[in-house]
Design a protein around this ligand. Structure first.
Ligand SMILES: C[S@@+](CC[C@H](N)C(=O)[O-])C[C@H]1O[C@@H](n2cnc3c(N)ncnc32)[C@H](O)[C@@H]1O
Length: 260
């Protein structure tokens, strides 16, 4: 049996040349991957361990890395905005889920959140992912399949504000839609009591309406916050934060369901 750290045909590899050139590539024997710094014969990397260092045909070094979960999220084919790792990392820990849990996601979008939830509940947990647009579901399915977690996700094409959710007693609900207040009541009937719901909203006005809906639907311990991330430059001439970066993503809400 092959060692798990060996690159095989079908492996997902992060090919890193420099900060502006990092590519998520599925390895195929007969494929030549082209970059502006030269071509890479993928057959060359097969059989090597992750961490392999090669050279393009122009002599530039490239590195074969195991994609992180954040890499998998950022490299999804996007049809919508996606959640950011800094926000999702925090919200995951605000719920009570782990391997084997069942989770409802409302607003599949591009599937970036879906694939992380699937990885988190694997090997035998399930993500029930709801999206009102079939074309978005098709794209998200491809993204989740490529990341290797399709067996842990069931997709449903329906508008949760109108048709609700089909499951009962799941361990957490994740909401990423523009009008969360319209789905809170429906989500409540899918969630086990004592468990947690989390939601993303870019605007304060959305937060206000969502909190009102949570209060009206038996949720307590409501907490709203924002996570800021600042990257540092470490250079010989000095260490300081980068001048540019993403300054705002979303306000994050967590609330817990109590018995009526
Ligand atoms: C911002 S995107 C979600 C992005 C996703 N979290 C990701 O990381 O890829 C919001 C999605 O919610 C879907 N949506 C909005 N309202 C909905 C509803 N009531 N029921 C189901 N899906 C809804 C939209 O079609 C859109 O695809």
């Amino acid at each position: 049996m092959l060692e798990a750290n060996i690159i095989e045909p079908g492996s997902l590899v992060l090919i890193f040349l420099d900060n502006r050139r990092q590519y998520l590539v599925q390895i195929k024997e007969d494929l030549v991957f082209s970059t502006d710094l030269g071509n890479i014969k993928l057959s060359e990397v097969i059989g090597n361990r992750f961490g392999y260092v090669g050279k393009t045909h122009l002599g530039k070094p490239f590195y074969c890395l195991m994609p992180s979960t954040a890499d998998l999220m950022f490299k999804v084919k996007r049809k919508t905005t996606i959640v950011y790792p800094k926000d999702l990392g925090y919200l995951l820990l605000e719920t009570a889920i782990g391997p084997g849990s069942s989770v409802i996601e409302i607003g599949t979008g591009s599937g970036a959140l879906t694939l992380v939830l699937a990885r988190f509940v694997a090997p035998d947990g399930v993500v029930y992912s709801y999206e009102r647009r079939q074309d978005f579901i098709e794209n998200a399915k491809e993204n989740v399949r490529r990341a290797g977690f399709i067996n842990n996700v069931r997709f449903f094409c329906q508008d949760v504000a109108i048709d609700g959710v089909l499951q009962k007693d799941v361990d957490a609900v994740f909401v990423d839609v523009p009008e969360p207040w319209d789905v809170i009541e429906k989500a409540r009937f899918g969630l086990k009591s004592g468990r947690h719901i989390v939601s993303w909203s870019p605007n304060v006005e959305q937060v206000k309406r969502t909190v009102e809906a949570l209060k009206n639907n038996n949720f307590t311990r409501i907490k709203i916050c924002e996570i800021t991330e600042r990257e540092l430059l470490v250079r010989t001439q000095g260490v300081r934060p980068k001048e540019r970066g993403i300054t705002h993503t979303a306000y994050l809400i967590r609330a817990s369901l109590i018995n009526p």
